[in-house]
Design a binder for this molecule. Structure first.
Ligand code: NDP
Ligand code: 8X3
Length: 249
């Protein structure tokens, strides 16, 4: 099995690369931080191919995929994981560049990697695309505005792919995690470690290994089974009431 994991320099992607490599799969791990990919190569050996590119850049994605060495070219599993959130401000105050960055990575990055790898999967009549969505796609929260919208795109895109792929053996899964401790909040709060730590304070959040395990489970179901969506939350997280703004007396 050849597994292509975007965003393998940290969090879910790194754990997923380790999980599949531990299983004997060949893994292509991507990200912008080359040193981290080199460290992973050192750890995982020759069955790991580090590929450094920015998922927001269509040309870089296309070049990286077109130039895959022959022994890594027939990708069976694409894990569209690279991305994240930036900021938690209300829409009227949010930074427009942050919005663009999220749309470029979480939406366009997913679309580019999918579009360049999918034809080979269809040709071989085997493959699996696993997209990292989020509970934020379904449950809106203050400040989640564009982030949640990008993950709603991921959800609908996953369904759309399934519709188009009917009649092939290519599978598609949307994984929707809730609170999970990775570098996610540190990135969202632009390096403010204290603010990031506060998100997880007093909780028992999901871990990157929990998500890697979920991805691995979906991919290793019998070939006739497609897990459309998998939503996971830690037990310490649930749904809230819908807030109501009341007139002052
Ligand atoms: P991390 O911040 O730990 O990892 C994000 C990964 O994405 C890094 O490897 C980073 O690599 C890569 N990445 C980000 N932007 C780009 C880019 N422009 N080009 C290439 N690679 C990029 O976060 P998580 O592991 O938690 O998040 C992984 C995915 O899961 C994201 O899509 C996130 O939205 C989603 N998610 C996270 C949840 C959480 O609570 N942690 C919950 C639900 C969903 P590098 O910086 O080296 O480029
Ligand atoms: C990450 C989960 O709730 O921080 O997608 O948006 S949340």
């Amino acid at each position: 099995m050849i597994v292509f994991v975007t965003g393998a320099t940290s969090g879910f992607g790194q754990a997923t690369a380790r999980r599949f490599a531990g299983d004997g799969a060949k893994v292509i791990g991507t990200g912008r931080r080359k040193e981290r990919l080199e460290d992973l190569k050192e750890e995982l050996g020759d069955n790991f191919l580090p590929l450094s590119f920015d998922v927001r850049c269509r040309e870089q994605v296309e070049n990286a995929i077109r130039n895959l060495p022959p022994d890594f070219a027939e990708v069976d599993v694409l894990v569209n994981n690279a991305g994240g959130a930036l900021g938690l401000d209300p829409a009227q105050k949010a930074n427009l560049e942050d919005w663009e960055t999220m749309i470029d990575a979480n939406v366009k990055g997913v679309v580019y990697c999918t579009r360049f790898l999918l034809p080979g999967m269809v040709e071989r009549n085997r493959g699996h695309i696993v997209n990292l969505g989020s509970v934020a796609a379904e449950f809106a929260y203050p400040g989640g505005n564009v982030y949640g919208a990008t993950k709603a795109f991921v959800h609908q895109f996953s369904y759309g792919l399934r519709a188009d792929l009917l009649g092939t053996n290519v599978r598609v899964t949307d994984i929707q995690p809730g609170l999970c401790k990775t570098e996610f909040s540190e990135v969202r709060f632009k390096g403010d470690k204290q603010r990031a730590e506060a998100v997880y304070e007093g909780t028992d959040p999901l871990t990157a290994d929990d998500i890697a395990d979920a991805i691995h489970w979906c991919v290793t179901r019998p070939p006739h089974v497609n897990i459309n969506v998998m939503q996971l939350m830690p037990v310490c997280q649930a749904f809230g009431n819908l807030p109501v703004s009341r007139k002052k007396k």
